[in-house]
Design a protein around this ligand. Sequence first.
Ligand code: 7RM
Length: 642
Amino acid sequence: MSEKIYAAPAEFVTRANVSGMENYRALWQQAADRPEEFWGELAEKELDWFEKFSHVFEWDPPFAKWFAGGKINVSHNCLDRHLTTARKNKVAILWEGEPGDQRMISYQELHRLVCRFANVLKSLGLQTGDRAIVYMPMIPELPVAMLACARLGVTFSVVFGGFSAEALQARIQDLGAKVVITADGGWRRAKEVRLKPAVDEALSDCPTVQHVVVVKRTGSEIAMQPGRDLWWHDLDTNVSDDCPAVPLDSEHPLFVLYTSGTTGKPKGILHTTAGYLLGNHMTMKWVFDIKEEDTYWCSADIGWVTGHSYIVFGPLSVGTTTVMYEGSPDTPAYDRWWRMIEKYRINVLYTSPTAIRALIRQGDKWPESHDLSSLRLLGSVGEPINPAAWEWYHRVIGKGRCPIVDTWWQTETGCIMIAPMPGAVPQKPGSATLPMPGVIPDIIDLEGQPVGDDREGFLIIRRPWPSISRTLWGDPKRYAEQYWQRAPGVYFTGDAARRDSDGYYWVLGRVDDVMNVSGHRLSTMEVESALVRHPAVAEAAVVGKPHEITGQAVCAFVTLKQGDWNHEELGRELRQWVAEKIGAFARPEEIRFSDGLPKTRSGKIMRRLLREIVTSHTVTGDVTTLEDMNVVTKLAAQHDED
Ligand code: 7RM
């Protein structure tokens, strides 16, 4: 691991929402010592309530309740409360479509759009407690639909637009949705991603669905089933701009987000109202250090939790300008993002290691041909970021001026758990650093005992925090088993991690991303990290392959930067390289070059599939979260040729 420590420049620290380590420590300690007072005060001060809560926290393990007795509405907190301030005509959503169209929607205008669409939902018979599925491209109507549901207390589930009809159907059925909100299609890589045909296919067996509302985005030919399917723009012609937000219980179900678990059945992670909102609101201020004048961009897709929390609810709750981009970073060319940062003078950029590595692969000439001087803070999420990518991000994008917040969290945690407050906590590349106030992590072994500093183990969190997922939709038993029983009474994250002597957390990946070579525990990430430091390597994924002698052998899948490489020579060089960087025991037995790696739609490398390829030479497990099946087919076929 890198030994370098990066502190924020003095001018950043002076203006930061939290400045200096002492202030961070004081906040954290206060939350640890008196959690109810800490969260109770913040909830009252930072959120707008219709009725104050009577209890801050109730705990019937493993089921938590926060701010019971309170009445509140997320849509009101994201919109209405800004309308009496100077923010009313501030841009709330700054949207750019892939073809280059753009929309700048003020808080006032967004409020109007949300009220109108909430009235549309009402006219279709939706009421508090009903459920809606949202299956849309990255267009402004997507957050409008989410906020309209939240306004009425209609529990929604956003299904990422890249999911198939089959995956969509399973989610509609599990949620028992009354309405599906969709579009004809969206734009990605200059091609149409068609959505409505998948909805039609999914609805062949979804008796609960009464209506489908369709946004016209691409204008392509689609089928509309009379009576069932309705155009958004038709419904929008005859509704009022006025729709009061419904005062909802603090624990009212806000949304369900499905993630794939280890079994075939998707897990519906449930988030409720007040605690979820407070977690997002606070971390926007603490981690992204949001200032009134900021233009903030999270490049995730809203179909992923990062998009829910950090494109929609967190940013709008604090009243910032949130940028939203429909398409892919390479369309029309690899400088699309840098072009947007220059054009809109974006100040904060939040993206993923996988995106960073893909951009590194294209060379520095793309970012270097744009003025990125508006940037003041960078963020990373989704995977451990390897120090080489961190350093590139810091140097080439941040010009050495911008702190990087490496944010560790999960769909289940609702908001950022471990990350630096950038004006307070110096960064070490590859470490998510220190926990947020109210978060008490630890690292334990198989027996549940803390392992102490510098030792690997399971990352757990000792106490519930406001934005923790409340249950799995329709399956409280599975919730208890998966998260609270592996180590009794504490939240089990499923990640491996270690803590160094400064208390910094180094998340190593999912628990099973660990190899055992000749008795040496070796994280796949450590080897990957070494590989991507080699100038020829763009990305690497490492898995353990069964080996008669060493138990497991290291097998590395590698994609290369542009160039003319001799694979045989380079393979030898890379094996030697890893042996030098880590030790001879880590030397990969095999290096396989490929054009791509199997990834989830949110960009996480699916090592599980690679493990299957190297052990059984086929893939039989759940592949519904895979972004591009071709990558796997090619990798499996490549083996047959060997
Ligand atoms: C936000 C999100 C959660 C899993 C988590 C980790 C991994 C996410 C980081 C990270 C190291 C990070 N939600 N992960 N962020 N690992 N450093 N900064 O990604 O539910 O989709 O995934 O992602 O393994 O458990 S998620």
